[in-house]
Design a protein around this ligand. Sequence first.
Ligand SMILES: CC(C)(COP(=O)(O)OP(=O)(O)OC[C@H]1O[C@@H](n2cnc3c(N)ncnc32)[C@H](O)[C@@H]1OP(=O)(O)O)[C@@H](O)C(=O)NCCC(=O)NCCS
Length: 166
Amino acid sequence: MLTLELLRPDHAEAVLAFERANRVWFARTVPDRGDTYFAEFPARHAALLAEQAEGTCRFHVILDPSGSLVGRINLVDIADGTAELGYRIAESAAGRGLAKAAVAEACRLAATAYGLHTLTAATTLDNPASQAVLTHNGFAVTGETLLGDLPALSYRRSLAALRPTE
Ligand SMILES: CC(C)(COP(=O)(O)OP(=O)(O)OC[C@H]1O[C@@H](n2cnc3c(N)ncnc32)[C@H](O)[C@@H]1OP(=O)(O)O)[C@@H](O)C(=O)NCCC(=O)NCCS
C-alpha cells in the first residue's frame, strides 16, 4: 500500500535525503542531477513549488505505510489536457511493485483530480523495468526519442477510461 502526496515545503528534508541516498542508483538509468542540484537544493525545492502553484506541474512524493519517502512521481508540462509522467523509486524499495502501483495511482489522479485526458512518458532503451511499468499501466510505444543523449522510447496513454462520465 502506498500514498501519493502533492509536494509541499515540509517535504524538503526527506526529498533531499532520498535524492542523496539514491544518486548513484538513479544515475544508472536517468541523467544525474549534478552537484549544483544538491548544493542549491532549498532554492530548487522552492522553484518546484512555485511551478506547481502555477498549475503547470504536479509533483508527488510516494510514501510507504510507515510514512517513509520511497519514491517520487511527477506530472510536468501540463497543457491542453496532457502531461509528461516521470518517476523514481528508492533502491531499497525497488522490485516490489511500487512503481507499477504509483503509476496506476498517478493515472487515476491525473484523470479525476487534475482533469487530464492523456499522459506521455519516455524511458531509455536500457531500462526494461521502467518499460515494464509503463506497459503494465496501459502505455503504448509511440516512437523513438532521446533522454539526455541516450536513445529512448516515447509512450502515450489515454486516460479516457478513468475519467468521470460527463
Ligand atoms: C525503474 C523503476 C522506477 C522501477 O521501480 P520498481 O518499483 O522496482 O518497479 P516495479 O517493482 O513496480 O515493477 C518493475 C517491473 O519491471 C520488471 N523488471 C525489472 N527488471 C527487469 C528487467 N531487467 N527486464 C525486464 N523486466 C524487468 C519487473 O519484473 C516488474 O514487472 P512485473 O511485475 O510485471 O514482473 C526503479 O527501478 C527506478 O526508480 N529506477 C531509477 C530511476 C528510473 O529509471 N526511473 C524511470 C525513468 S523512465
